[in-house]
Write a new protein. Structure first.
Length: 423
């Protein structure tokens, strides 16, 4: 009898047991300061350019070895520590002494001596902050004041987050400027605890930047995209802007997309959704789209680590609720509940898109950039589509939709669809 109980307990907690080495390693392997003083990394003037050195027309600073910024590079705001000791500036995984502003390009191939591709690099340059804002305002003015702001998640380097930001721009064919906010994620599997710590450390920096962006007179619409742990930067920052903005409704932060959000679902239901999706803001076109998957192994482990379900993982914490769904012949999946209003808004503020049936990859944590069906849905949402759309199947909840897998004989080319070239 005792043996059977033990086996049952091991089975129930198997994900956590498997994750213990990961957690232990993360806890006992602190970030190494390194053999170089951090002040020495930023001593060169390239890390802190004056307005005359980094005007909008002079953005080749720090780009060498054949890498060149395109005519219309992307924008970046970063709290990563830059290494300006050499000609080519690099962004490290340490915390910086201050937030810096710059421009970057999509990945470029690196050729070896034989002319063959030997890796890729991200062209990058640091700009003077005032010049950066001037350049952004001019670009925004030419694109009707629309901007896309991307915040990456756990286990990202500057290269990988820049690659994803460029992919989002291509996939959605977004016509306005694209900004990525790059915080000091370690880019390592066993550094989740460090990433979580650095994310919380960076809350003040991000909310200060988002406030300034939202309050610019030329900012008409902010499409805010976050992945994974990045949602924990985004949501409290939007709340902060809502409370402190001169625009009482903060209505220009209108389209918030949370891909595989590593956020406590009950916290989202109780506090975050109630504030961010108030009836007044929803009526002014504020909405949140959540992409969730029951096959997301990363968030499944996060569930076990934190003790409660994540917003992006539709696990039923309540076994009685799961049994009730099963009895009704419905999938045993539980989602965040909609906000309750004294006077319901005219529009729907929350949409949840379940990507379980179309999930791609071993981990299933990035369907919005890996699954053809999810990529197409995500691109449509970036461009303003909402509610019932082609490819979405309704569920028993009016605000939850499931993406249907295509027939097996019509398997799409996920890579081609999700990483298509910019038009």
């Amino acid at each position: 009898m005792m043996g059977g109980v033990l086996i049952a307990l091991v089975g129930r907690f198997r994900p956590l047991i498997l994750g213990l080495p990961l957690l232990a390693t993360a806890c006992i392997s602190p970030v190494d300061y390194g053999a170089i003083r951090h002040a020495d990394y930023v001593a060169n003037g390239r890390c802190n350019p004056a307005a005359s050195d980094a005007s909008p027309g002079n953005l080749t600073n720090g780009v060498t070895d054949g890498a060149t910024l395109p005519d219309k590079p992307f924008f970046v705001v970063t709290s990563r520590l830059p290494d300006c000791r050499n000609n080519a500036i690099k962004l490290l995984n340490h915390r910086a002494d201050k937030v810096r502003f710059g421009r970057f390009g999509a990945p470029q191939d690196v050729l070896n001596e034989k002319g063959k591709v030997d890796g890729q690099r991200i062209p990058f340059a640091i700009s003077n902050e005032a010049a950066w804002w001037t350049d952004l305002s001019e670009t925004m003015g030419n694109r009707e004041g629309r901007v896309l702001l991307y915040v990456h998640g756990y286990r990202e380097t500057f290269f990988s987050s820049s690659r994803d930001a460029a992919q989002i721009a291509r996939l959605s064919n977004f016509t306005g400027p694209v900004i990525q906010y790059s915080w000091p994620s370690q880019g390592q599997l066993l550094k989740y605890a460090v990433d979580e710590t650095n994310m919380y450390w960076d809350e003040r920096n991000f909310r200060k930047f988002l406030t300034k962006l939202a309050q610019q007179p030329w900012t008409k619409e902010i499409v805010l995209v976050s992945h994974s742990l990045g949602a924990r930067l985004v949501l409290p920052a939007v709340e902060f802007v809502d409370r402190n903005s001169s625009n009482a409704d903060s209505s220009n932060i209108s389209n918030i997309i949370l891909a595989s959000p590593d956020v406590d679902r009950q916290d989202f239901e109780r506090d975050i959704a109630e504030e961010i999706l108030s009836a007044r803001r929803v009526n002014n076109d504020r909405r949140i789209t959540v992409y969730a998957s029951a096959k997301d192994r990363a968030l499944s482990l996060s569930d076990d680590v934190h003790g409660y379900p994540r917003l992006g993982h539709p696990r039923c914490f309540d076994p009685f609720k799961a049994a009730e769904l099963k009895e009704k012949g419905l999938p045993e999946r539980c989602y965040a509940a909609k906000s309750e209003y004294d006077v319901p808004p005219e529009k729907s503020g929350l949409t949840i898109v379940d990507t379980t049936a179309v999930s791609q990859g071993r981990v299933g944590h990035g369907d919005y950039l890996r699954s053809a069906v999810a990529c197409q849905d995500f691109a449509a949402v970036v461009n303003g589509e909402r509610g019932a759309m082609n490819g979405r199947d309704p569920t028993h909840l009016s605000y939850v939709f499931a993406l249907a897998a295509p027939p097996k004989d019509e398997e799409p080319d996920h890579l081609a669809i999700c990483r298509r070239e910019r038009k």
